[in-house]
Every structure is written in C-alpha cells, then in structure tokens.
Write a protein that binds this ligand. Structure first.
Ligand SMILES: Cc1cc2nc3c(=O)[nH]c(=O)nc-3n(C[C@H](O)[C@H](O)[C@H](O)COP(=O)(O)OP(=O)(O)OC[C@H]3O[C@@H](n4cnc5c(N)ncnc54)[C@H](O)[C@@H]3O)c2cc1C
Length: 292
C-alpha cells in the first residue's frame, strides 16, 4: 500500500494501468487508485489529497473516457464499494458506485418505471449523473430528485438537477463528487416496464457496436443533426489510424481493435473533425472526456 495513504482502510494501489479500468482499454498508469468504502473515508481521502497537493479525479466504469498513454499524476477514486440501493415507496436511493444497469434492473423488479430509456448504457450511477446519460427516449436527469455530493473541502450537500444544470450529455457536477442520488419513479406493471426496456435495448443493439472496445459516441449531436450521419456522409466509416477505427456499424463510434493508443484515437478524432468541417461546415464537439 502507498505510504501516503497507509492509514486508510480503503484499497489503495499504485501505478494501476487505467487501460484496465476503461471500456476503450486505453490509458497509462495512475499514481494512485483508491476505492473508498464509505462517505466518511472518501471525505478523509479528499482532505489527504489536499494536504499532499495531489490532484484527484473520480472514475466510474470508465465508459466515456479517453485516458492519455502517459497516464495521470493523480489519485483516481472509484466508488465501486459504495453501491447500495434502497426503495422508499416510489423513490429509489442509490449510491453512486452502483452499476447503472443494476439500478435499471432493480427498479424493474420493484415495478418502478422511469429508467427504461437508460437500458444498455454502460457505466455507474455517478458517471450517468455527471454525463446526464440517456438516449432517444429520455435521460437520467428526468428521474432524479436530488444528488448528494461531496466537495473538495469534504462538505456534503444535496443538489437538484437544476443546481447541476443537467442538459444534453452535460452537467456542472464537477468538481464535486456524486456519492448518492434519489430517483423519483412511477409505479407500473413490471411486464410493461420490461417491454419498454427490451425495445430500447433492441434498438441499441441493432444500431451500436456494443461488444467492441469503445467509449460510446465520440461526439455530441450538433443541434438538429446527427453526428453519426455527418461522419458517415463524409465517407469516414472504416477510416483508421492503426488499430483505432471508425465503426462501420455506427460512424460516431471509434473502436479499439486491439492495441490502439490514445494518440491513435486523437489523430483519428482530429481527422474526423477536419473532414466534417470541410464537408458540412460543422464543428463537432466531443462527448467523450479526455484525461491527460
Ligand atoms: C458501448 C457504449 C455505449 C454507450 N451508450 C451510451 C448511450 O446510449 N447514452 C449515453 O449517454 N452514453 C453512452 N455511453 C457513454 C457512457 O456509458 C456514459 O457516458 C456513462 O454515463 C459514463 O459512466 P461511467 O461510470 O463509465 O463514467 P466514466 O466514463 O468513468 O466517467 C465519465 C465522467 O463522469 C465522472 N464521474 C464518474 N463518477 C462520478 C462521481 N461519482 N461523481 C462525479 N463525477 C463522476 C468522471 O469524473 C468523468 O468526468 C456509451 C458507452 C459505451 C462504451
């Protein structure tokens, strides 16, 4: 265990390759990788990082990240040990490290509707809040009543979706850390919820390369347009830089076919942007987050 954190019960590792923690399977080592087991421990870890003047960041399931090949001189927290879900009437309280699909499944088992639009989206509840994850039929903000956050001084406070300005694949959650959220759902017939969840999942499976190593859609859709269609019409499906390739199935996905580096993906991103700007005069904005 790293000396700087040896008095913590949390699991602390040094030099963990972030490629093992991201869906792209790309990324160099982090100085520290820490999995706190409680809010109290997280608060003390945040304080310790401040004392050490060590930057920190939070990773969920790493499904929306492109991490630099050189890695990060930082502490990376993952809240995977903070994953309790509890029902209170039509509300669900859920810790931020919970896998999003476990929440979707559990709500369905309880006959609580509202989370079906999130079916099939990888990631954690914390990551879904940070990104306001969603699809064609809805996004996570629509079901959130409040989010409990902790700030960089260790202060815990409730936030509403309005406080967090949750919009299309965007929130102002950072620099705070989400530790839990309350979802306000609607009681409904479990079989009808399952039907809606299956239909979202079917559409997603048909249109997206879900089994490949990627970080989902690379670019946000420009207002009124589809980034995938623009990239496709610019003739970029199959375009590659080494093992980093624009998906044939969905042009807004870049796939790591094996051994791609962040540098490869960034070169491909620049090429796609250039070509789309040239053909359509549109500047594509990144949906994935770059960590470097
Ligand atoms: C195959 C595939 C399909 C996808 N389909 C969709 C889709 O349909 N719709 C969609 O919206 N997205 C989609 N994505 C993108 C991704 O799954 C979502 O953005 C997801 O919500 C990211 O969650 P995560 O836990 O993996 O976050 P990460 O990628 O680990 O992190 C993303 C951001 O969230 C922050 N974060 C994570 N946890 C916390 C926390 N507790 N507190 C504060 N900040 C936190 C991180 O610091 C980072 O800024 C897809 C990705 C893949 C690989």
């Amino acid at each position: 265990m790293a000396r700087e954190f040896s008095d913590f019960g949390a699991a602390v590792c040094s030099g963990v390759p972030l490629s093992t923690l991201t869906s792209f399977h790309i990324g160099g080592p982090a100085d520290y990788f820490i999995e706190p087991g409680s809010i109290d421990e997280l608060a003390r870890l945040v304080e310790r990082c401040a004392d050490l003047e060590l930057p920190f960041c939070v990773i969920g399931a790493g499904s929306n990240l492109l991490v630099a090949d050189a890695g990060l001189h930082a502490a990376v927290f993952r809240l995977s040990r903070m994953d309790r879900i509890e029902r209170r009437g039509s509300r669900v309280l859920c810790e931020a490290g919970t896998p999003l699909q476990r929440l979707v499944w559990q709500a369905e088992q309880w006959g609580l509707s509202g989370l079906e639009p999130l079916a099939g989206i990888p990631g954690s509840v914390g990551g879904a809040i940070a990104m306001n994850a969603g699809g064609q039929t809805g996004c996570v903000a629509e079901t959130i009543e409040s989010v409990t956050t902790i700030d960089r001084t260790g202060a815990v406070r409730p936030r509403t979706p309005e406080d967090l300005a949750m919009g299309y694949r965007h929130s102002l959650l950072k620099p705070e850390i989400a530790i839990a959220a309350t979802f306000e759902l609607a009681e409904a017939d479990a079989s009808e919820i399952a039907e809606r969840r299956r239909s979202v999942l079917e559409e997603k499976t048909l249109s997206q390369p879900l089994a490949a190593h990627s970080a989902g859609c690379v670019f946000k859709n420009p207002p009124g347009r589809s980034a995938g269609q623009l990239i496709d019409k610019a003739g970029l499906k199959g375009e590659r830089v080494g093992p980093a390739v624009v998906s044939d199935q969905h042009a807004n996905f870049i796939i790591n076919q094996g051994g791609a580096t962040a540098r490869d993906v960034l070169r491909l991103i620049r090429r796609v942007r250039r070509r789309v700007r040239k053909h359509f005069g549109v500047d594509l904005e990144l949906e994935i987050e770059l960590w470097n």
